[in-house]
Design a protein around this ligand. Structure first.
Ligand code: FES
Ligand SMILES: [Fe+2]
Length: 408
């Protein structure tokens, strides 16, 4: 018999400490009811990447995208303020702006020509003359919460909740600021389709480098795997490793510097930072077993002289993506097998996945009407032996850090 959605959520116990925990149940990766619930909760209630700041520098610059099935529009107004709206015309619901990005004097719907200002107010309504009880002032585009951090613009569909700064926390904002991402320039975007649930991609990202020596020989050649660290914040995880001079030339020539920093932000945005470059990953569910991952590649030097080297760097990234694509497909097939339900987690490596799964559980649990504070309180009380836990952020959450783990 198929379990109820409530029963499916309750199969996961977020109160178990890492050394006792397992993954979320396999059905969470295959059941369309979970996917629908996540759309309403995980994706609608959290800050979502919507565009890059370099696309929206000038008055009239706009970007369109889709978040959790909703058409979204970002636009910089005549007053220079950046705003986000549902890209849905208040007349008969057509998308007002249809290009992925551009620059406009006003926002004109292609269907019947209703026109909105760059600030979202309804201005022009052709053929409307004496319609009763029609107030243009109440027919502007519907806004979404919008926030800017570093080179990125985020929106949140459900209004209210913590600001982006509060969600991220002071510590990670300061850490990322120190990386000087403002020195990087956007260079290229690539889209990849993974044949797996979006959470398989995120799990794979958050396994603390566990799979790197086995699956990514090239990447492994430039990382000091033994010194790999995992640090959880309240809503993010930083995985980091010192770089070494590898013996695989394709990788050694384009991956340098002292450290690699891999940041994940709940639920679906990451950036991978190396000296002089980074790529961001945006993970978008296309269906229960298909996922689009959008990569933006940024480099400090985007001059013509650096073009070939930057292209070589992206090509090396593609090798890693191909390796991940194949394993994610394999995992998705296994998750549907009658032989599998949940799997255990490595204390040394998989604290990030544990955080992700508890946050997912909290969101799903809330989505079914349970109070969020109660769920977070459970996750917050994790009974970890002293010494393995270290205070990490000022929000009072505890985080695992393994700066010099010796047991491996
Ligand atoms: S739907 Fe936009 S003008 Fe009619
Ligand atoms: Fe990987």
């Amino acid at each position: 018999m198929t379990p109820s959605l409530d029963a499916l959520i309750r199969q996961y116990d977020p109160s178990l400490p890492l050394e006792e925990a397992s993954t979320i149940p396999a059905a969470w990766y295959t059941d369309v009811r979970i996917a629908a619930l996540e759309r309403r909760t995980v994706f609608a209630r959290n800050w979502q990447f919507a565009g890059r700041l370099d696309q929206l520098r000038n008055q009239g610059d706009y970007v369109t995208c889709e978040i959790a099935g909703e058409p979204i529009l970002l636009v910089r107004g005549d007053d220079h303020v950046l705003r986000g709206f549902f890209n849905v015309c208040r007349h008969h619901a057509a998308a007002v702006m249809t290009e992925a990005q551009g620059c406009a004097k006003n926002l004109r719907c292609p269907y019947h020509g209703w026109t909105y200002t760059l600030e979202g107010a309804l201005k022009g309504t052709p053929s409307f003359v004496n319609e009763c009880h029609f107030d243009r002032a109440t027919h502007g585009l519907v806004p979404v919460d919008t926030a800017v951090w570093e080179n990125w613009v985020f929106v949140r569909l459900d209004r209210g909740g913590p600001s982006l700064e509060a969600f991220l926390g002071e510590q990670v904002i300061a850490e990322v600021k120190a990386l000087r991402l403002d020195r990087l320039h956007w260079f290229a975007r690539q889209h990849y389709t993974f044949e797996c649930n979006w959470k398989v991609f995120v799990d794979n990202y958050l396994d603390g480098g566990y799979h790197v020596p086995h699956l990514h020989k090239g990447l492994n050649s430039v990382l000091d795997f033994k010194q790999y660290t995992i640090e959880n914040g309240r809503h993010h995880c930083l995985q980091s490793a010192p770089m070494v001079k590898g013996d695989i030339e394709a990788f050694a020539s384009v991956r340098g510097g002292a450290r690699a920093n891999y940041y994940w932000f709940h639920p679906n945005f990451m950036f991978n930072w190396y000296e002089g470059m980074m790529d961001t990953n945006l993970v978008l569910p296309l269906g229960v077993d298909r996922t689009e991952v959008i990569f933006d590649f940024w480099f400090e030097d985007v001059s013509d002289a650096a073009r070939e080297r930057n292209a070589a760097s992206i090509a090396v990234g593609n090798i890693v993506q191909d390796e991940d694509m194949a394993i994610c497909k394999s995992v998705q097939r296994g998750l549907s097998s009658r032989a599998y339900d949940t799997g255990r987690l490595s204390i040394r490596r998989e604290a990030g996945e544990h955080l992700f799964h508890r946050l997912l559980h909290a969101a799903s649990h809330c989505g079914l009407g349970h109070h969020p504070a109660a769920v977070y309180a459970v996750a917050d009380r994790l009974a970890q032996p002293e010494g393995q836990w270290k205070k990490f952020d000022r929000s009072g959450w505890k985080s695992l850090v393994f700066p010099d783990w010796r047991r491996n």
